[in-house]
Structure formats: structure tokens, C-alpha cells
Design a protein around this ligand. Structure first.
Ligand code: FE2
Ligand code: FE2
Length: 254
């Protein structure tokens, strides 16, 4: 944390000093050369730039949404032919959801920083955190249930229907939950900070991610969910392209 902040402060200072130097030496140079000379160094000069705290939260939701898609496919299989579903795929998905979603994204970021700030700010968004925490806790109960039922090599037929219902209700809850956070909570949280404070939160979230997972927490989570999707035949996105809609009466010839 201290290292990252120090490095970034140094880069900012270098960029400001660099502007003065570049201005005094750009006479007679082409606009593109001037642009290069004025470019700050570090993250801002890297392809893709810096990941902001709100972008970080939303791309974490992307990983969790892919886990929800796995749950949806699993629930369908459980209702049709439970023996066609390897419990291992559900076990791995629930473990990923617990480590990346519940213990990190929800507990270390939302419950520690975002919800308190949104509640303190007041307004319409402040009415959400209480129920969002209830949903986090209910999600944890369901995740533990999924983990318990998928420990063995086979799913019992008795449990299949109940497990499918638990997965479906979890998916419905979390789709609503993450969509409200993306459109109401995160924008409201962003409004509580100046640009400089948001920049500090970018650093803080990056540090928490590194503490929790090492250097590549997000990338590792994406790789894990990709592998789970592969094991269930979900890798090829083309299979999810919707068919053309039926022709309407107006466009049917004759
Ligand atoms: Fe949440
Ligand atoms: Fe969230």
C-alpha cells in the first residue's frame, strides 16, 4: 500500500515537472512529438491505463455473473438429468464465489468502504445497504449449502431438486443485487468523493486485492471461471446467440 502510493505520488510529481520541461523544449516539434513529450509516465502511460475503483467493482461483478450463468446451466441439468452434472464444477464455482465474491468483493470492499459511505451520504441510495447486507448473508448460507452438497463424487437424486431451487433463487437474488449496485450504489459512492479521493481508493482497492490474492486476483478469477465453463461445454459464446424471432403476421408473405 505504502509502496504503491509512494510510487504513484512520485509518478504524479514527475508528470507535473515533466510538463514544464516539455513545454520549454517543444518549440519546432511536430504535434505528435509534443504529445509524447507531454505524456505522463507510469500507469497513465500504460496501454489501458489505470483500473478505477468503480471499474474494478463492476468487472468483479462480471466474474460473479459468469458464476451465476454456470449455476443457471447447472440447475437445468439438475432438473433434467442430475447424473450429467459433475458436482466438481459446482463445487469449484461455489469456492470461487466464496473467495472472490463473498470474502473479498462483498466483505473487504462493499461492507468495509462502499456501504458505510453511501449510508453516511444519505439520499435515495442510502436505503439500499441494509437489504444488500441481508442478501450477502443469505448468499453465504446458500454457498455453504452448495459446498456441502457437492463434496462427494455424485449428487443424490433426492438433493437434486432442492439444489436446483437453491441455485435458481440465488441467481435471481444476485442478478437483482449486482444490477442495483452497478446502477445505484456505485454511482452514489463515486459522488461522495473528489477525483483525488477516488484515485486514493483505486490504490487502496488494488492493495487489498494484492493482499488477498497476490498480483493477479482478477485475472486468476477469470481463468478459474473460464475453466469451469469449459468443463460444462459453455466456452463457445456463439452457442448463446439468440435465434431469429418468429415472423410477425405483417411480414409473413401472402
Ligand atoms: Fe453486494
Ligand atoms: Fe457487489
Amino acid at each position: 500500500m505504502r509502496l504503491a502510493k509512494t510510487r504513484r505520488d512520485f509518478l504524479r510529481a514527475s508528470a507535473i515537472m515533466g510538463t514544464g520541461l516539455a513545454l520549454s523544449s517543444c518549440v519546432g516539434k511536430s504535434p505528435s512529438t509534443m504529445q509524447q513529450a507531454n505524456s505522463p509516465t507510469g500507469d497513465a502511460n500504460k496501454f489501458g491505463g489505470e483500473v478505477t475503483a468503480t471499474e474494478d467493482l463492476m468487472r468483479e461483478h462480471g466474474v460473479l455473473r459468469r458464476a451465476l450463468l454456470v449455476y443457471t446451466v447447472a440447475a437445468t441439468k439438475l432438473r433434467g438429468n442430475p447424473s450429467a452434472l459433475p458436482p466438481d464444477a459446482l463445487q469449484k464455482t461455489a469456492k470461487l464465489f466464496k473467495a472472490f465474491g463473498e470474502d473479498y468483493h462483498e466483505k473487504k470492499l462493499e461492507e468495509a468502504y462502499i456501504f458505510p459511505a453511501v449510508m453516511k451520504a444519505g439520499g435515495a441510495a442510502a436505503s439500499y445497504p441494509d437489504i444488500l447486507v441481508v442478501q450477502h448473508n443469505r448468499g453465504r448460507e446458500i454457498t455453504d449449502y452448495i459446498l456441502a452438497l457437492t463434496e462427494g463424487p455424485k449428487l443424490g437424486a433426492v438433493n437434486a431438486g432442492q439444489l436446483a431451487s437453491a441455485l435458481e433463487s440465488f441467481v435471481m437474488m444476485y442478478r437483482n443485487h449486482a444490477a442495483r449496485e452497478d446502477t445505484i450504489i456505485f454511482p452514489a459512492w463515486k459522488q461522495t468523493m473528489t477525483g483525488e479521493q477516488l484515485d486514493e481508493m483505486n490504490d487502496k482497492f488494488e492493495d487489498i486485492e494484492h493482499e488477498q490474492f497476490g498480483e493477479d486476483g482478477f485475472e486468476a478469477a477469470v481463468n478459474q471461471i473460464s475453466a469451469i465453463e469449459g468443463s460444462l461445454g459453455m466456452s463457445d459464446i456463439a452457442q448463446f446467440t439468440a435465434p431469429s424471432p418468429p415472423k410477425t403476421l405483417e411480414t409473413v408473405p401472402g
